[in-house]
Design a protein around this ligand. Sequence first.
Ligand code: ZN
Length: 309
Amino acid sequence: MTTLVLSHPKCLDHLTPFGHPERPDRLRMVTHVLEHERFADLARDEAPLASIEAVARVHPPEFIERIENATPMVNFVHLDADTTLSPGSYEAALRAAGGAVFAVDEVMAGKAANAFVATRPPGHHAETATAMGFCLFNNAAIAARHARAVHGVDRVAIIDFDVHHGNGTQEIFWSDPSVMYLSTHEMPLYPGTGAARERGAYDQVVNAPLPPGAGSREFREAFDLAILPRMRDFNADLVIISAGFDAHERDPLANLNLTEADFSWATKEIMAIADRSAGGRLVSVLEGGYDLEGLGRSVAAHVLALMRG
Ligand code: ZN
């Protein structure tokens, strides 16, 4: 069994206005770095379209229809100041969600040891009925609910090391004791949520905010003291990573100073816990990461760790 990578060229057709950081070149860079021969052992497949049923486990049908109907024939439609739709956005969003769902299927069936879903748009800012922060559908949340509904998984842990807080994932699972959401993020920073006192209805939301300028030492300390012990105690049957790489020191949108070595370390620590409670079952979903070189190096380190390389 190996690591499965899911992607789809239609995810390049979600266009954003000139100068927008969440751009197709991000996915081109990810695809490019994974073409290196050290990734020759990866299994690769195309991300299928998510069914409406799968998306609707998180987002109400009216919201899904609103996104579909708002998708323009030409140019852009703005959903908010920084979240836009282009003609290819709806299909890209369904493939981003569908890739995460299919990754769960393959990992739960034992066909892959774990999986990395290299798609866009990202998802962790999307709330139940609100698209925001470059995100349309919450891919990680849809994957978690799919695992619960279709594979009978009891407990899912979602670990989010994107530099921004995943307000959407937190909101969706706030009152759901079957899902633990754990996040490191810079604070203060967009979207403004993620204080340590935000703990969910069942104390199953774990926020470990980091101050601007924090680096490797502070990040690993937050993992060691706040994130990993709670994840270990939760005993998840499936682990999902909201894998954003915008905490990299090169990233232009935030001010944390991680390197690819930190993402590799975090990935291995998460895998060690997944090995003990979940038979290693882990699905990692791409979120942010806006410096192309930092993103490329970080994804390479992350996927190499998933491959136990
Ligand atoms: Zn981010």
